[in-house]
Write a protein that binds this ligand. Structure first.
Ligand code: PMV
Length: 309
């Protein structure tokens, strides 16, 4: 038996604008993870068991654009694996689905790594990332590639679409509370709606994307200098621009306001939006209180995570 695990992720700054070439900052969240076990099987075929999503099926019975089938088929094709191995694959995940924490990319990365070590086809991070990116296209349509990148490398990433991976320096650790609205919202739709806005008035939205890119650049510098208290205002500015882009929601706005009222230094939605998660920057000693107040403001659950050098 071989197992592999991959973390969740949050986007600190720059979602949506990243699709249009602006930089974004993302970090792994190890409190949640996708886990995959691959075992040699006594049955014929490749059996996939993912009880969290009610899936128990043989590979060939799944449509070719099913993300799990696509991971396995692309892997077998890339390495010319023949004859087809006989396998049982167990998939589980504690990452909430469609909520901006990278659940799809984490399952892909864990599955690729478990297959590669079980079948003895060693892969570089670059290869894992490239394969996971292909699957993100099924999940998201036109993904920037930020999710698969931060999850593959499991490090803070300063991401610019199409450019080589760049990690960023964390001068001093800082604490983030993640609040889940409990509303699952497909990223594809929010990305499509932003695209329609952009098509209708490119000059206006390019300016908005520029502002977000500048915020991400400033945040990278401040985090690198250990001036993490100073990124709170940048989060508030980034959230306002995401609201303008129509990708926030009343529930996300309510949690952002609740976090600020509870003493967070900054807060914003994170990821595709319309539901999913928001993040709040807190002093470590106030993390529990902010988390409690988020739940009182109807967060379904919260995660306290710290970002380390
Ligand atoms: O997977 P999510 O919901 O965290 O969204 C990814 C971030 C977007 O910028 C909205 C889309 C993308 O592909 O970068």
């Amino acid at each position: 038996m071989t197992s592999a695990s991959a973390p969740g992720k949050i986007i600190l700054f720059g979602e949506h604008a990243v699709v249009y070439g602006r930089p974004a900052l993302a970090v792994p969240v190890t409190q949640v993870h996708a886990d995959v076990e691959v075992l040699d099987s006594s049955k014929n075929g490749i059996w996939i068991n993912a009880p969290d999503v009610g899936l128990h099926a043989e590979l060939k019975s799944l449509p070719s654009d099913h993300p799990l089938a696509a991971v396995i088929n692309n892997f077998l094709f890339a390495f010319g694996v023949a004859p087809f191995p006989v396998l049982d694959i167990e998939i589980s995940s504690t990452i909430p689905v469609a909520s901006g924490l990278g659940s799809g990319a984490a399952v892909s990365v864990a599955l690729i790594r478990a297959l590669s070590s079980h079948l003895d086809y060693l892969m570089t991070n670059e290869q894992v990332n490239a394969l996971a990116y292909e699957i993100e296209k099924i999940h998201h349509g036109t993904p920037s590639g930020i999710d698969n990148t931060v999850i593959t490398y499991a490090k803070p990433v300063f991401f610019v679409k199409g450019q080589p991976i760049e990690t960023f320096r964390v001068g001093k650790p800082f604490t983030i509370v993640i609040g889940n609205t409990g509303i699952s919202a497909p990223t594809k739709e929010a990305v499509g709606d932003v695209h329609a806005l952009w098509e209708a008035d490119k000059a206006r939205w390019e300016k908005v994307f520029d502002k977000i890119g500048e915020i991400a650049e400033k945040a990278k510098e401040r985090i690198g200098n250990g001036e993490w208290e100073l990124i709170g205002d940048l989060m508030i500015q980034n959230h306002a621009l995401l609201q303008e882009m129509t990708v926030s929601s009343p529930e996300l706005d309510r949690l952002v306001s609740a976090a600020l009222k509870a003493g967070a230094l900054g807060a914003k939605m994170s990821g595709g939006g319309r539901g999913g998660n928001m993040i709040a920057l807190v002093r470590p000693e106030t993390a529990e209180a902010v988390s409690r107040l988020l739940k009182e403001a109807s967060a379904k659950n919260t995660i306290i995570t710290s970002i380390h050098p």
